[in-house]
Design a protein around this ligand. Structure first.
Ligand SMILES: [Cu+2]
Length: 392
């Protein structure tokens, strides 16, 4: 009962947070870069404002800003295992995390996202590999349309020094059968491109990344989305082993280290490849259609030609979505989710897709290594795990 109540509350909280974000400061606007930044960014903002005045700031087709919101880059507690610097993006400074918040768009929408750099100067200096590299962070995105002024690079002078802010404009360009534009619907990611170096490599490795999903009008929506970044040091969302799965069995709060859903819910995984390694994304007991949305449109013919898969390669910079129905046919349980490069999974590149029963309760499950010793599985319990997986 506690578990169910906790999950429901968490879902409500997430929904409210998302709604608040989308509602904040909405409506048509000018799209100029934020002029409220400190004097350190005055020159950058002045240049951007000039570009905006010249009509260069908005991508073609973005006539109205549909939504405005803030994004904060902050320093978070150091990694408890490696003591590496950790940074995060958040819709508020207090809610910053890695990965950062999912940014969801519908084709045709234009967003104005104001990034505030609240990372201490000393931290950014410590990330630098070259003392001549400017100190700052940025917001660079994939897939959607943006002008050079929203590229988030040193190259285009579109980054944010410490204490400053800057507004980036993204346009989820729709398909256009006249021009042949393919549209921007799909699974993408955003990340820093300046922290520590000209490619933001230390910034990304510290946690400045997140997921973007662009839906086409009419795309089926999931009940919940999890962003899973597969990266270096055999990590999922920069964590591995027990650090990657911190779900509290009594009060599971969905998040970067707690992948949880109730049986029957439509769950969307947005998989991102960060860093330098190749990985494969695999989840037990579930499979998905290898399409743009991860589902098959039953209204179209020849859908049987779409492969159904349960394992997919993800290289650096790759993104894709996997849509599953939690526990469908296989029931609730603690389903492994891991990289299938064996030496990666052996080193801890593995987490758990917790599928709760109809009542939202965690299932005691042989083969899982629960924090609660009362539920500890006997030796060899994993061999008949499936026999225990469907008693919800
Ligand atoms: Cu891997």
């Amino acid at each position: 009962m506690n578990a169910r109540r906790g999950l429901v509350l968490a879902v409500v909280a997430l929904t409210l947070a998302a709604a608040g974000t989308l509602a904040r400061g909405g409506g048509p606007g000018t799209g100029e870069p934020n002029a409220a930044g400190d004097k350190g960014v005055a020159a950058v903002n002045a240049a951007a404002a000039a570009a905006a005045a010249a009509g260069a700031e908005r991508p073609g087709g973005c006539t109205v800003i549909d939504r405005r919101f803030n994004l904060y880059a902050v320093e978070l507690p150091k990694d408890p295992v490696t003591n590496q610097i950790r940074l995060g993006y958040g819709l508020t400074p207090e809610s910053a995390s890695y990965p950062g918040p999912l940014i969801e768009m519908i084709e045709g929408q234009c967003f104005a996202i104001t990034l505030y750099n609240q990372v201490p100067v000393a931290t950014l200096e410590a990330l630098r590999t070259d003392p001549n590299h400017p100190v700052g962070v940025s917001l660079h995105t994939h897939g959607v349309k943006y002008t050079q002024m929203s590229d988030g690079t040193v190259h285009s002078n579109s980054f944010v020094p410490p204490g400053g802010s800057r507004t980036y404009i993204w346009y989820a360009q729709p398909r256009n059968t006249t021009t042949g534009a393919q549209g921007t619907a799909g699974y993408w990611w955003y990340h820093d491109h300046v922290g520590g170096g000209p490619h933001g490599t230390p910034g990304i490795a510290s946690g400045l990344f997140g997921g973007v999903v662009v839906r086409r009008q009419g795309d089926p929506r999931p009940d919940r989305t999890y962003v899973l970044a597969f990266g270096d040091r055999q990590t999922i969302n920069l964590r591995r082993s027990s650090e990657a799965d911190t779900c509290d069995e009594q009060n599971p709060v969905p998040g970067p280290t707690c992948v949880v859903a109730k049986v029957g819910e439509k769950v969307e995984f947005l998989v991102i490849g960060i860093g330098n390694d190749m990985h494969t994304f695999h989840v037990h007991g579930h499979s998905w259609a290898d399409t743009r949305t991860g589902v098959i449109d039953g209204s179209k013919q020849l859908v049987d030609s779409v492969p159904i898969i349960d394992n997919k390669t993800v290289g650096p910079g790759d993104t894709f979505g996997a849509r599953v129905i939690a526990g469908e046919s296989v029931g609730p349980g603690h389903w492994m989710l891991h990289c299938h490069m064996q030496f990666h999974s052996d080193l801890g590149m593995s987490t758990t897709f917790h599928v709760l029963d109809q009542n939202g309760a965690m299932t005691a499950h042989a083969g899982h290594a629960p924090a609660n010793p009362v539920q500890a599985a006997p030796a060899g319990g994993g061999q008949d795990a499936t026999a225990h997986g469907n008693h919800g």
